[in-house]
Design a protein around this ligand. Sequence first.
Ligand code: C5P
Length: 226
Amino acid sequence: MPVPVLTVDGPSGSGKGTLAQTLAQHLGWHLLDSGALYRIVGLVAVEQGVDFDDEIGLAAIAGHLDIRFTPANPGEPAAVLLSGRDISSDVRSEQSGYYASRVAVFSAVRSGLLALQRGFAKAPGLVADGRDMGTDVFTDAPLKIFLTASAEQRAERRYKQLIDKGESVNLAALLEDIRLRDKRDSERAIAPLRPASDAVLIDSTALNREEVFQRVIELLRLRSLI
Ligand code: C5P
């Protein structure tokens, strides 16, 4: 029996990270936060002085990562260990999100991370969160979700998160940033952000977290995956 894989792809701010984490905890399945891997490649590159234009150097980093995600308490993200060192807060910084988008454009980096990502598919199952989980990494996954929300809604959610963290932010600037990032992610030559042809599209603009979660659970049942 192959290990069931549920892929959750979509743009930043669609809520896919929270959805994937909630589903993995509920199902007792493993979780792959693929964005974290790109973030870590960027962080290690900065640490080792490897240039963001050096595709070969970046790919070498991607191919040799010693990463562990330690189980979290319910509702909390897992701690990220790089060669045993806890780098969780660096991984979640805005800065590392920028580094990730720089290193993610290279095909050698993307293919360097393939084996590592596929290695996360272990019994009893895997929830894989990213941009290309359904289109490139787990093309045979029995259920693929593509989660979207309007740019306005995503900007508003991000705005609230940052305000809660005590940061001063401008909603119009956030919206502009999200639109630019969407454009860059969907127009890039390698692994552009797009739903797999067999993905189920869920627009979360008018749905709350619980409604989205229930919809996915229903789909898993319909496909006899749970
Ligand atoms: O999901 P997260 O915000 O952590 O991703 C950071 C960046 O990493 C994205 O903006 C994208 O450029 C890149 N990424 C990617 N493919 C993935 C996951 C993330 O290209 N599967």
